[in-house]
Every structure is written in structure tokens, then in C-alpha cells.
Design a protein around this ligand. Structure first.
Ligand code: TAP
Length: 485
């Protein structure tokens, strides 16, 4: 049985303070209230640190600092000057990547291999990418007529951006939000999720290291109430939210009629569609990556496998063999494939939806897998014989659970894939290029991957249809969310 004992050499490279204040106007400050909470390592339930639950008055201080920085410095700085700061931040992230990857793994439960090879390189890449745009905004398609009518001028920023992010990719979601906001000339107040505040707090130090002017980035920790105070603050011009559809709806209601610009990146229930002519071994790797990467805590996870009926048995045999090789355990072990579930609450949600799957008649299967005594864990799980009406086919589980459905024709695959209130992503596995193009056209999903899955690039726009939200992050399109166009 695996006993949790973080590799000492990994643990030693991170410096976690016993408690954190709020990062406002370039300084660590105490809250005006006295509420605090603890963040734990989900692999061991060991307390990592204490953080502040910011009050409405703290949020007000942070928004005022962001406003002042916007009016006096950042909103006036030429793009090429803003770019220098963003490049500097990107380079510091690269230099500190090992430390940040360990910190992310400790606070979130994700395997260090993923934090090191996926999250951190993408975080740096986002800052590099948007640094490159900062002095080219008038070439991004959003230029406005200059006041004298004689030419084109840079588009205007929006002002103060309120940004609220979830716990599944804490530092990467921060980068998706802060990099384009700063590149466009906005200042920000960001609230990380209550179960994963540590890398956002480390990022506050990076802002200081980069000599970013005070108030340009402010980090307020807290629970949902802090997020609510932030998005409904009257002096905020832009709200960017990534999280659940339920909270997204509440935010949309609170922002309605205020004139604040809003982007929502919400949940998903992606179909990963495998045709009988697909390269099976590659498809199996894509399915595993699609749903078991980051324990399935991925908004665009391929949580519904749609397999063509004629290859169902062959594919499932190969998939089960592959699942038998996945290693669940210590997130800081470089050989670990499946880390810890981020919180007890999320584990409970995954358990209860999986039980509903069994009760509704689907067949449940997991490979033999030792579950550690402490911490929050869930084995890789497959459900076969899933009907479209089952809850596990309709609701977002956000865990390492795959629901398998079958289809006979491409039209049926499209119909089933689109039969969901979400529309964030989809995958198609086939040898036929024409079929890929046809499917991509018919699928109501913001991203369609062909013969791959979960591939991200800062230059690619990302976002959903239907209940998966609106607005795009990433790429040139991601600039529009932070400009007055
Ligand atoms: P949520 O519970 O919605 O929380 C997201 C963030 O909002 C957290 O920081 C949360 O704070 C805060 N929050 C909670 N209630 C709020 C309120 N009333 N007003 C303002 N902020 C509030 O989601 P989660 O459980 O952290 O994340 C999982 C969900 O995010 C999944 O549905 C997933 O699909 C979605 N997600 C989507 C994407 C994209 S790009 N579409 C990416 C990642 C995740 P606390 O953590 O303190 O409660």
C-alpha cells in the first residue's frame, strides 16, 4: 500500500509560508476582517498553509488600488513598455518553473509530471505570447480611428478587470486571465479558488520580482463570497470567470445591466468519437489523455467516449489493458499518472455520480488499484452500456470517470455528441480527412481535436457554446475580451 511521504528533495525547493495576507497595491497586507482558512495537500490531508478570506472592504481596497494603477500608470504606458514587464514575468516563471510545479502539485494533487511538462510551460508560453501582442494591438484587427481622424490608434483597454478562477489548473488559469489583460493595458484583481491559493500567492511575489508597478496585479484570496464581492464591485469594468455553469449563471445575473464586459468559461461534457478506421493504439492513448489527464479535472475532458459499434469490443479490450498500467499515487513521484482528487467535496461528487451510474444500469469497471489510506483518491473508472439518459452521460463529473456509448453512422455520432447542454470541446479519431472536416463543421463545440486530444496553444482561441459559456480566451480573439472594441 502506498504511504504518502513526499520526496524530500522536491518538498525542499518550495518555500511555503505558514500564513498569507492579501496582495494589494504591491504589498502584503492584513485583512480588515479576521477570517482565515487552511489549504491542504489533497494527497495527505496535511495542512500546507493558512490564507485570508478577504472581506468586501478588502476587495474594495484591491479594486481601488487597481483603479489608481490603471489611471496613473498602466493605462498610459505604451504597449512596448507593458511588453517588457510581461516578458520579464515569463522569464521569471521559466526560471522558477521547478518550484512552481512542485507547489502546484502539492496544493492541487496533480502529478508532478503534468505540472512540470504541461502546466508550467504553458503558463510561461501565455506570458510570452501576450507580451508579443502588447505593442501590436492596432494590428490585431481592433484598431480605432485616431482622434485627429488622420490614422489608426491602439484600441483602448477596459480599465479594471475582476478575475475569478477555479482549482483545476490554478496557475495556468491565472496566466490565461492576467497575461491578455495586462497586455491590453488593464489592471487586475484576481481571486484564486479556496482549495488552491498557493501558486497565485507565489505569482504575487513574481510581480514584485519583475518590478511590476504597484496595483497592476492584486491577489485577493477567499471563498465564493469574496468572488461575489469582486465581480459585483461597481468600479470593475470587466469580469472574467472560469468555473462551474451554476456560478457562471449567478455572475451573469449580477453583471446584467451594469455595462461590465463579461466572459464566461464554464463546464463541459465532451464527446471523444472513435471511428472504425482510426489508428486504434493512438486512439487509446488519446482517450486516456482525454479523461485521465489531471484526474479528469478538466473542463474540456473527453468524458464521453463514442465508439463505432463494430470496434467496441476491440477498443474496450485495448483500453482496459492500458488502464491496468496507470499508476495512481504520490503526485510528487515522476512515475505517477493519476494524482489525488483536489478536495473531499469533489471526491464526494465523483462518488455520488458514479453510484448513480451503477443504479441506472451501466456496467462499472476499474483496474486493480491500491488506494492510499489518507488523502482523496478515485481510481480510473469506465462505465459501459451507458444510455444518453443516464446522469453520467449528461452531467459533468469532473473526475477520472469515462462513460462509453456507441454509434453506427457519422450522423448518429454527431447527434449523440451534440446531445448535451454543453459545447466546449470534442475529439474525432479517423483516417479520413474529409470526415474530420465534416464532423468539425457539425459538432457544436468550441474546440474540435482531430486524432489528438487536450492539445493547448496560447495562439489558439478557446471557449464554448451553449452552457459552456461565451467569449474566447487565447489567441488574437483573447485580446478582444480586454479591449473596448
Ligand atoms: P466554481 O465552484 O464555479 O468556482 C470557481 C471560482 O468561483 C472559485 O474561485 C470559487 O471560489 C468562485 N466562486 C464560487 N461562488 C462564487 C460566486 N457566487 N461569485 C463569484 N465567484 C464565486 O467551480 P470549481 O468547482 O472551482 O471549478 C470546476 C468548474 O469549472 C467545472 O465545472 C469546470 O468545467 C469549470 N472549468 C471550466 C474551464 C473552462 S476554460 N471552460 C476551465 C476550468 C474549469 P471558491 O473556490 O472559493 O468556492
Amino acid at each position: 500500500m502506498f504511504e504518502y511521504a513526499p520526496a524530500p528533495e522536491s518538498r525542499d525547493i518550495v518555500d511555503i509560508r505558514p500564513s498569507y495576507g492579501l496582495f494589494i497595491n504591491g504589498e502584503w497586507v492584513d485583512s480588515l476582517g479576521d477570517e482565515r482558512d487552511k489549504t491542504v495537500n489533497p494527497a495527505s490531508e496535511e495542512v500546507l498553509s493558512e490564507f485570508t478570506l478577504a472581506t468586501d472592504a478588502d476587495v474594495d481596497r484591491a479594486v481601488s488600488a487597481a483603479r489608481k494603477a490603471y489611471e496613473s500608470v498602466w493605462g498610459r504606458l505604451p504597449g512596448r513598455e507593458r511588453a517588457k514587464y510581461l516578458f520579464r514575468i515569463a522569464r521569471i516563471i521559466q526560471e522558477r518553473a521547478r518550484e512552481l510545479a512542485v507547489l502546484e502539485s502539492l496544493d492541487n494533487g496533480k502529478p508532478i509530471r503534468e505540472a512540470r511538462d504541461v502546466d508550467l510551460p504553458l503558463v510561461a508560453a501565455h506570458f510570452f505570447y501576450y507580451a508579443g501582442w502588447a505593442d501590436k494591438l492596432s494590428h490585431a484587427g481592433f484598431a480605432r480611428r485616431a482622434a485627429d481622424g488622420g490614422g489608426w490608434a491602439d484600441p483602448r483597454p477596459l480599465g479594471v478587470a475582476a478575475q475569478v478562477i477555479p482549482w483545476n489548473f490554478p496557475l495556468l488559469m491565472l496566466a490565461w486571465k492576467i497575461a491578455p489583460a495586462l497586455a491590453c493595458g488593464n489592471t487586475v484583481v484576481l481571486k484564486p479558488a479556496e482549495t488552491t491559493p498557493l501558486t497565485a500567492l507565489a505569482f504575487a511575489e513574481i510581480c514584485r520580482q519583475a518590478d511590476l508597478p504597484p496595483g497592476v496585479v492584486n491577489i485577493v484570496t477567499g471563498a465564493g463570497a469574496t468572488g461575489q464581492a469582486l465581480v459585483s464591485h461597481p468600479d470593475v469594468n470587466k469580469v472574467a470567470f472560469t468555473g462551474s455553469t451554476e456560478v457562471g449563471r449567478q455572475i451573469a445575473r449580477s453583471v446584467a445591466g451594469t455595462g461590465k464586459k463579461l466572459t464566461l468559461e464554464l463546464g463541459g461534457k465532451a464527446a471523444n468519437i472513435v471511428f472504425d478506421d482510426a489508428a486504434l493504439d493512438q486512439a487509446v492513448e488519446g482517450i486516456v489523455n482525454g479523461i485521465f489527464f489531471n484526474q479528469g479535472h478538466v473542463c474540456c475532458a473527453g468524458s464521453r467516449l463514442l465508439v463505432q459499434e463494430s470496434i467496441e469490443e476491440e477498443l474496450l479490450d485495448a483500453l482496459k489493458r492500458r488502464l491496468g498500467t496507470l499508476r495512481l499515487g504520490d503526485p510528487l513521484d515522476k512515475n505517477t499518472d493519476i494524482g489525488a482528487i483536489n478536495s473531499a467535496a469533489q471526491l464526494e461528487k465523483i462518488r455520488s455520480l458514479s453510484e448513480a451510474g451503477e443504479q441506472e444500469g451501466a456496467g462499472r469497471w476499474s483496474p486493480p488499484c491500491a488506494i492510499p489510506d489518507k488523502g482523496f483518491w478515485f481510481p480510473p473508472t469506465l462505465f459501459t452500456g451507458v444510455a444518453q439518459s443516464h446522469r453520467i452521460a449528461r452531467e459533468e463529473i469532473f473526475g477520472p470517470v469515462l462513460s462509453v456509448l456507441t454509434f453506427r453512422t457519422p450522423a448518429e455520432a454527431v447527434e449523440k455528441a451534440n446531445n448535451t447542454p454543453f459545447g466546449l470541446s470534442a475529439g474525432v479519431w479517423t483516417e479520413k480527412g474529409s470526415r474530420i472536416l465534416w464532423m468539425a463543421d457539425k459538432l457544436r463545440a468550441g474546440v474540435v481535436w482531430a486524432n489528438t486530444f487536450n492539445r493547448f496553444d496560447p495562439a489558439s482561441p478557446f471557449g464554448g457554446y451553449k452552457e459552456s459559456g461565451y467569449g474566447r480566451e487565447g489567441g488574437r480573439h483573447g485580446l478582444e475580451a480586454y479591449l473596448d472594441v
